[in-house]
Design a protein around this ligand. Structure first.
Ligand code: DAH
Length: 366
């Protein structure tokens, strides 16, 4: 075994020369500076930090005599630190640049119009129906429903429209096959009154919306399928004053601060019966000359709303309610008509056809 080489002169190892180390630092720094992106910097790191001249110099230290190791180690360590510092500075700079580029390149302009199309719009009849119901539900009335295919008994007989009652012909009925099977497409929402009174006990306050059917042709003012809303109140001591108060409240909520008037009328299921008109909200307060041309009310100043009256004793009896104990009032009107009036829809066909461009105008696109 040979003795340690005490005469070894560290300066003779070329890689450990201060000049060589300085050149290595310079070369590494230049290579890092030349790296245009993090990928290139990684390659430069491999060449100048993980491997390369300084790493080679470090390996040489092992072969030095102990007396020379400390000094050489310090020099190489300082060179290593200098290269690492240069690397880290460049890496930080390139990372910052990359982050900035991502911010610019991947920016999303949220104001650019998209190709997304609205799926549709809620139908204005539905919305009007909801608005009408809300007015009553807010006062504590309950919502009631009934089937569209209805028994003749519910639709006519129980409502005091007997087989040969002229009013039965007034409404042109769709009969469900077989024609003598006793089923019809309901011609009015009034049978919901019957269903309600058969299943609930007074006090009853219900609002009942629904589709009704009559054999009319579709034109600007008629449709074979339309919607009505029915109101029924049964309680002790109800009078026509309560009926008028309910109508007044409803008309104001729907059409604004207008007056109502009633005219005597006839419905088999109410006695007495009346028609209700309300003041035309479109020409109210206008000069007489302007009023004469009003397209909403035809110049009369009044708009017909619907039928109503005090529940006929015979209807109570058919439903098992004692007419000597209870009184009640009922009220029914068309939703399409309310929509036409309130929103100025001239042609019934627009309501029926379901074109989303029409429905979308009523403010509830989905
Ligand atoms: N059912 C009637 C119709 O379709 C409307 C009606 C009138 C309903 C008077 C009522 C009422 O509840 O009391 O013409």
């Amino acid at each position: 075994m040979s003795a340690p080489n005490s005469s070894y002169d560290p300066v003779e190892v070329a890689a450990l020369q201060p000049d060589a180390l300085a050149a290595a630092i310079e070369a590494a720094t230049a290579a890092f500076a030349a790296a245009a992106d993090l990928e290139a910097l990684k390659a430069a790191r491999l060449a100048h930090l993980d491997k390369g001249a300084v790493a080679a110099a470090r390996r040489e230290i092992g072969a030095l005599p102990p007396s020379a190791k400390a000094e050489a180690g310090k020099r190489v360590g300082a060179a290593m630190d200098a290269v690492r510092t240069a690397y880290e500075a460049r890496e930080a700079h390139l990372q910052e640049q990359a982050a900035e580029r991502i911010l610019v390149e991947e920016r999303v302009d949220v104001t650019v119009p998209t190709g997304r199309r609205p799926v549709g719009a809620r139908h204005p009849v539905e919305l009007t129906q909801e608005r009408l119901m809300d007015i009553f539900v807010a006062q504590g009335w309950e919502v009631a429903e009934g089937p569209e295919v209805e028994s003749e008994w519910m639709n006519f007989d129980a409502l005091n429209l007997g087989k040969d009652h002229p009013a039965r012909q007034m409404q042109d009925t769709f009969f469900v096959d077989p024609p003598d099977g006793g089923l019809v497409l309901r011609t009015q929402t009034s049978p919901i009154q019957i269903r309600t009174m058969l299943t609930r006990t007074p006090p009853i306050y219900v609002v009942a919306p629904g589709k009704v059917f009559r054999t009319d042709d579709l034109d600007a003012t008629h449709t074979p399928v339309f919607h009505q809303i029915e109101l029924l109140a049964v309680d002790k001591g109800l009078t026509m004053a309560h009926l008028r108060g309910s109508i007044d409240h409803f008309v104001r909520a729907m059409f604004g601060d207008v007056r109502t008037r009633v005219r005597a009328s006839y419905f088999p299921f109410t006695e007495p019966s009346m028609e209700t008109d309300f003041e035309c909200f479109a020409c109210l307060g206008a000069e007489a000359a302007v009023r004469g041309d009003c397209r909403t009310c035809g110049g009369s100043g009044w708009i017909e709303l619907g039928g109503s009256g005090m529940v006929n004793r015979k209807v109570f009896t058919a439903c098992g309610i004692d007419p000597d104990v209870y009184t009640g009032f009922a009220f029914g009107f068309g939703i399409e008509r309310a929509l036409q009036l309130r929103n100025g829809v001239g042609d019934m066909r627009d309501i029926v056809e379901g074109d989303v461009r029409f429905s979308g105008q009523f403010g509830m696109a989905v």
